[in-house]
Every structure is written in structure tokens, then in C-alpha cells.
Design a protein around this ligand. Sequence first.
Ligand code: 13P
Length: 341
Amino acid sequence: MNTTSSELQRTIDALVQDGKGLLAADESGPTIAKRFKRIGVESTEENRRAWRALLLGTPGLGEFVSGVILYEETLAQCADDGEPLPQLAARHGIVPGIKVDKGKIALAHAPGDEITQGLDGLGERLERYKVQGARFAKWRAVYNVSDSLPSRLAIEANADGLACYAAICQQAGIVPIVEPEVLMDGAHSIERCAEVTEAVLHEVFHALHRHAVVFEHMLLKPSMVVAGKANTNQASVTQAASQTVTVLGRTVPPVVAGIFFLSGGQTPEEATAHLDAINRTGRRPWPLSFSYGRALQEPPLETWRGQAGNVHAAQQALLKRARLNAAASLARYDAKEERVG
Ligand code: 13P
């Protein structure tokens, strides 16, 4: 193995561990402001620092979480005692990663579709992030669903963006997390979600292959196959799990190092129950775990509310969700434990 390849393998080994998943704490400025508004906290640089220091300073988090996805600003921030936050994560056995896409814009000539931007200068940015401690990266593409969306153009253009990003990351010795998110917004059926997810993943892996991305040195962060939020006919947890695993089996090469789901607007309990059911469907070629943002952060955020006196309780709320999701990644989640503090 050459140096870059063994560097990528070391990061993969640190991230993909039995009974562990990832914490997504990489909300952009506008998104974190929206989350803070709900708990009456202003989105100042200091409040964002305090929140993310709380998350990363949670004692015992490293038992259930192997990596954290950070936003650019956090890479340069410090805990209350002055320790840089990426260093604090690493000290707890949690690999620091970084969101590198620059968000989405409307895709020209494709009404209703969106495209993710951020490839310009990505190589140089990665070099900087690496010096700051990042060892892996994330790029999110989103797909709106209707009877006619996403268009072929959106499926192909976003696949190419994801693949270009992943290739640049691997060349820089950074493990890419490839995140194609089929959105839950809308009234579509679970069957329509399955159809779109299959088309999206098929195209993503086609593009990754074209860009010579090494599947063993990347992680996939997909959405689960579920009905749209506004659909009154919601599938059962086992149906969603079975459809998710079927679609992944048809599209994801078995050598992909790991699949870490996003939560995408599911409640924390739903996201845990789904992950558990997915892992109960039987033997799969890839580890299947979590890379949740909202489903891990909502309960601690509600507890914290910006008050220093609530830090300990908020950390306990985070630890509980991390522990239950870690159990779900091993098909050992017991919903009765939701009632235990
Ligand atoms: P959610 O789990 O809230 O979907 O966030 C995951 C993520 O990283 C979105 O890009």
C-alpha cells in the first residue's frame, strides 16, 4: 500500500468499529440558527462554540461514537479550557471530520431540482482542514421527490459532483463520506422513495467508478427508504427496513467500507428503531450504523436551552441516544430502554 492508501485505511479502521456510529454536528450557519431559535438561543459564535464543546466534551461519548462531522468554524474553536475542539474529540477516541460542500442551489433548467456546490478550491481547503485535524469529509447532495422529481439531469449532475468530491478527498488522504439524501418532504409513497433511491444510488456508484474512487476507502451516508412525511400511509418499521436493505443490496458494492445512515427528520426514537430493524434483517456485506444529526442532537438541545447549568443533563441526553443507537447498530436495541434515564 502507498502512503495515502494506508492513511485512508487507518481512518477507515478508526471510523468503522462494531457498535459505534458517527455524530453529525456540521450544521451550516442558517441551519444551526434555525435549531437554536426553537430553544430560544441566539446563534452567536460563542453560543455555537459552547454547544459544540458540550457535545464533544460528553464523558464516555467515545464508547458509542467513532467520528464527528464538524462545520468549518468549529475546527478553529476551543473548549472552555482552551483545548482545540478537534483535539478534544481525538482525545476521546473520536475522529474529527469536516463538511466540505457549500450547500445547494437550484439546478438550472431543472425546475424543482437542486445541485450541491463547493468543488472549486476543494483540494487546497482539504490541505488546510487536515492541518486542523480533520481526517474525513462529507458532501451532501439532496433530491426532492414528486411524481416527476428528481429529473435524470439532477440524478446525473449530483452523482458527478459527489464522485468528483470523493476522488479529490482520496487523493488528499481524506476519507470521503458520500451523502445522497432523498428527502422525506412530501406525500410520496414508500415505493416511490425506493424507486428514486435505487436510481440515485445506482448513478452515484456509476459515477464513483468513473472517477476511480476506491470503494474500500469511502463511506456511504444514505437516507433510509421511507414514505414521505405527509403521506398518511406510513410503512411499518420492518417494511421500511426491508425496503432499505433491498435497495442497498441492489446498488452498493459489498466492498464499501460502511454505510452510516442520516436521520433526515425522523424522530430520535424512529431513527433508532429503523436502524435496529435494518440490522435485524440478517447478514449484510457492509456494517450498517448511524451518522445522525437531529436524531442525536434534538434531546440534548431541548435539555440545554443555552444554560450552563444544564450542560451535564444535556450530555446525559446525548449519551443516552448514542448508546441506544450503538445498540441498534448491533441489532440489540430494546425500546423499553427509552424509559430509562
Ligand atoms: P440528520 O441526521 O439530521 O439528517 O443530519 C445528518 C446530516 O449530516 C445531514 O447532512
